[in-house]
Design a protein around this ligand. Structure first.
Ligand code: BGC
Ligand code: MG
Length: 565
């Protein structure tokens, strides 16, 4: 396979708000390409496929942790924040990745699990052995397991308490996640210093930003629920101040799985901003809900709620990632409905969520995958894709925990799906061989060979999106419709007048979740007498009349992106 996208020299564009116009792609190093045949994906493998990512239209990569780790939680259990897990490669290779990515105008976001470390981290080992030593206060120790009673348990499948007893120090330590992941004690200023030093280390190596893993949980208190407590926000502001002062143009992305207002708090406010971006956890499950309920109401509600954020901030919107599809931020009634539709086999569930990939969730329906992506790409903010979803990869629910959705990327119909030359038994996880998603059919090479494949569709839509800055930069306003299955909104951008190609534009985006064809009346006084053109093929649509109404027809699970002029 060769990808002939031209290398864009001289590298990175200088737009300080680049993240608001970028398409992000999450790639797990371990799962993408194995360059040395040991059965494990590595940095050199990732470097070898940057051309593919550039061809697809990706602007920035997010790589989950690749630091030294016992890998009991996919690398989110770090033992040394400055070294790279040997099977992934070397620091030299990481530097090469930064250079080669930047040559292609691709930015690189790395993950920073700052709430906790592995229990094998030297800090923890020192802390448990020497309570009075330099690391004695690096973790949250207590004589009882009764503190912080309002803090919920996140990994409900495996944990029954947020406290674990350490037989060496003979005290309990606090952990928000697995019991092998003790929480760092952010009340200790030395913990702040250590984290800030790690941040500087990677920024000095050229990374373009961090995903702040589990950021709401840094501080806990007796009264609060330990999610986004005031000192947590204070720490994030301190981190942002340092980044803005010493590394302008680099970004912080909040992973805050919370309700809309609480997530939005991680943007901070002028003159004290916090994160540049935050994952849109409230919108994500409601996309899946709409697809099956055939009702747009919940999305309209949540989209109207989340639009009010600082001007320079941006949402990170996504359908799937390396974790379970979390259902924590929906009501019990909706959660049960979602389990019924999407996780009818208990094996498909993990914690409070669903451990499946996009294509199997959507029953491998091309119409639904297109609808879901068209909506994702039209939402305010920047879309994040999960590796493999561009070819509709399947999952393996017989693998434990979230490994179900972290199997090797499927490149070709050859041995190990072209992921690795290793003996198949040696792969870190088996490739997907299910009836429907078998790698002999679902792979990049086969998708390339077929001009109407999902991969070609994705690339086309990504490039259409790129030529309309309104998607990344414009405001959203929900528009009323006569049909409960239809979501309609305008995206409007008045142009900054500063950079090239920054043209003002108004779009009308219409999505039908109905499983049957429908006609819908869309009404909005602000659109009176405007003409509509399809932005894919340029066809002329009916215009809004003098009362500001238009009637459109849509096929089952279909959408329009229409230019208003
Ligand atoms: C990551 C998970 C991880 C957890 C604990 C998260 O929020 O996305 O993959 O298991 O942090 O580190
Ligand atoms: Mg390898």
């Amino acid at each position: 396979m060769s990808f002939t996208a031209p290398i864009q020299l001289p590298g990175l564009t200088l737009d300080p708000h680049w993240y608001r116009r970028s398409l992000f792609y999450e790639v797990m190093v371990r799962s993408f390409v194995d360059s040395n045949g040991d059965g494990v994906g590595d940095l050199a493998g990732l470097i070898s496929r940057l051309d593919y990512l550039q061809w697809l239209g990706v602007d920035a990569l997010w790589i989950p942790p690749f630091f030294t780790s016992p890998l009991k939680d996919g690398g989110y259990d770090v033992t040394d924040y400055r070294s790279i897990l040997p099977e992934f490669g070397t620091l030299e290779e990481f530097k090469e990745l930064v250079t080669k990515a930047h040559e292609r105008n691709l930015r690189l976001i790395i993950d920073l699990p700052l709430n906790h470390t592995s229990d094998q981290h030297d800090w923890f080992q020192q802390s448990r052995k020497h309570p009075d030593g330099a690391y004695g206060d690096f973790y949250v120790w207590s004589d009882t397991d009764e503190k912080y009673p309002h803090v919920r348990i996140i990994f409900t499948d495996t944990e029954d308490s947020n406290w674990a007893f350490d037989s060496v120090r003979r005290q309990f330590y606090f952990h928000r996640f697995f019991s092998h992941q003790p929480d760092l004690n952010f009340d200790n200023p030395k913990v702040h210093d250590s984290i800030l030093e790690i941040v500087r280390y990677w920024l000095d190596l050229g990374v373009d930003g961090f995903r702040l893993d589990a950021v709401p949980y840094l501080y806990e208190s007796e009264e609060g629920n330990g999610e986004g407590e005031p000192p947590t926000h204070e720490f994030v502001r301190k981190l942002r101040t340092m980044v803005d002062r010493d590394y302008p143009g680099r970004i912080l992305i909040a992973e805050a799985n919370q309700w809309p207002r609480e997530v939005a708090a991680f943007f901070g406010s002028e003159p004290e901003p916090e994160c540049h971006m935050a994952f849109d956890f409230p919108v994500m499950p409601r996309i899946f809900y709409s697809l099956r309920s055939q009702r747009a109401g919940e999305l309209v509600r949540v989209l109207s709620e989340t639009t009010d954020i600082p001007a320079a901030a941006g949402w990170a919107v996504f359908l799937r990632n390396h974790d379970e599809l979390t259902l924590e931020m929906v009501s019990e009634e909706y959660r049960q409905a979602m389990y019924g539709w999407y996780a009818y086999d208990p094996r498909m569930r993990a914690n409070v969520g669903i451990r499946r990939r996009l294509a199997p969730l959507l029953d491998n329906s091309r119409a639904e995958m297109e609808l879901a992506h068209a909506l994702l790409f039209a939402l305010p903010g920047s879309p994040f894709l999960y590796y493999g979803d561009e070819i509709g990869m399947g999952d393996n629910i017989w693998l434990p925990d979230r490994d179900s959705t972290r199997t090797p990327m499927q490149w070709t119909p050859d041995r190990n799906a072209g992921f690795s030359a290793a003996d198949p038994g040696k792969l870190f996880l088996p490739v997907v061989q299910s009836l429907v998603f078998n790698y002999t059919q679902t792979n990049v090479e086969s998708h390339l060979a077929q001009s109407n494949s999902l991969l070609h569709w994705m690339r086309n839509v990504i490039h259409v999106r790129k030529s309309h800055p309104v998607f990344g930069l414009g405001t959203l306003r929900a528009v009323s419709t006569s049909h409960e299955s239809v979501l309609a909104f305008t995206r409007e951008y008045t142009g900054s007048g500063t950079s090239l190609g920054d043209q003002p534009e108004t779009l009308l985006c219409v999505f039908s979740f109905s499983h049957n064809p429908i006609a819908v009346r869309i009404e909005d006084p602000a659109l009176t007498s405007l003409h509509l053109y399809d932005i894919f093929g340029g066809s002329v649509f009916p215009s809004f009349d003098e009362e500001g109404a238009v009637t459109l027809t849509l096929g089952a699970q279909n959408f329009y992106w229409l230019h208003c002029g």
